[in-house]
Write a protein that binds this ligand. Structure first.
Ligand code: FES
Ligand SMILES: [Fe+2]
Length: 334
């Protein structure tokens, strides 16, 4: 599990007055806001009796343990212990590099020094006024983060798993125009279906005169970010829907899954926002369901390897990159 990366810890909206507890990359963390609104993340374990600090409360940007009232500032320094004046050095708890951007609070679980030169994955459309960026969905998935990674790097599943929503005619896969690009730490898959019809869901969001060209571009960056562009276009119109999939490992067999959606059409249409949110949630629940079922099946298969198919080119490329990066990270910390 790679640690020297920015991972989505929660959405900005999730973080209100109450501290929020999460397990991220096998580490229990608590996320809370300082007085000026800045988000901070600490290890979620009180040094006194190991109570989760996320059960506590925030007072003027200081996090107070719910059990016996020890208090910690944003840097994890203990600033108050009830009924004693001396604060032992052991009372300090680990803090994590934290930043907030694109509607997310981000955590850097690895070496803090390396966070200084790194940025969260770029999603400039989420800061562009020409796009509606209101929808962010969160799912807790009882399956390895790699199962969701692999799902998104093989979008041939859209024809089957999502046949009734955003699917397309699976016969088209016989002459699949899939282009896979692998460059350093980047993998993309791109399909352009020329002279086709709109998917039922796309038609409901914004109908175009048919035939249209339909592009599906998925861009992968380590550790587990996949930016997907779905474009429908004819000679007069171009309609883009982006879904940024941010996958944060919780443990080796569970993960936090965020999907941030942006669109450049009907951007002030609140009714469409609710419909799109509901439609997309249905689709993502289908992905969640299959990932959890795969994870569950692993208990019966004794670590048997997957069977490789031609469609797995991008998945395999991402695995090779992850293996290389994990080796490099392990060597750094050895
Ligand atoms: S467990 Fe936190 S103060 Fe006692
Ligand atoms: Fe899917």
């Amino acid at each position: 599990m790679l640690k020297n990366y920015w991972y989505a810890a929660c959405t900005s909206e999730m973080l209100a007055a109450q501290p929020l507890g999460r397990i991220i990359c096998n580490e229990p963390v608590v996320i809370f806001r300082q007085q000026d609104g800045t988000a901070s993340i600490l290890r979620n374990v009180c040094p006194h009796r190991q109570a989760p600090l996320s059960m506590g409360s925030v007072h003027g940007g200081v996090l107070r343990c719910a059990y016996h009232g020890m208090e910690f500032d944003a840097g994890g320094h203990c600033v108050h212990i009830p009924s004693q004046d001396v604060i032992p050095p052991k009372a300090h708890i680990k803090s994590y590099p934290t930043c907030e951007r694109y509607g997310f609070v981000w955590i850097w679980p690895g070496d803090p020094e390396l966070a200084l030169d790194a940025e969260p994955p770029a999603m400039p459309w989420r800061e562009d006024k020409g796009w509606n960026t209101e929808i962010i969905q969160y799912f807790h998935v009882k399956g390895s983060h790699l199962l969701m990674n692999d799902n998104l790097l093989d979008l041939s599943h859209v024809a089957f798993l999502h046949a009734n929503s955003i699917g397309f005619d699976s016969k088209r896969l016989d002459n699949d125009p899939l282009e896979v690009t692998v460059q350093d730490n980047y993998v993309s898959t791109r399909r352009v279906f020329k002279n086709t019809i709109q998917a039922p869901a796309h038609k409901a969001w914004r109908e175009l005169a048919e035939p249209i060209d339909r592009t599906q571009l998925a861009e992968w960056h380590p550790p587990c970010t996949i930016n997907i562009l779905a474009r429908n276009e004819n000679a007069h119109d171009q309609v883009d829907l982006r879904a940024d999939h941010l996958i944060t490992p919780e443990t080796g067999t569970t993960h936090h899954y965020y999907v941030a959606m942006s669109r450049n059409f009907r951007i002030d249409d609140a009714e469409l926002t609710s419909k799109l949110d509901a439609d997309a949630r249905r689709v993502h629940n289908e992905d969640l369901e299959i990932a959890e079922a795969q994870q569950n099946m692993k208990q019966w298969t004794n670590g048997a390897p997957d069977m490789a198919l031609k469609a797995d080119k991008a998945v395999n490329a991402s695995h090779r990159i992850l293996e290389r990066l994990e080796k490099a990270e392990a060597q750094r910390t050895a």
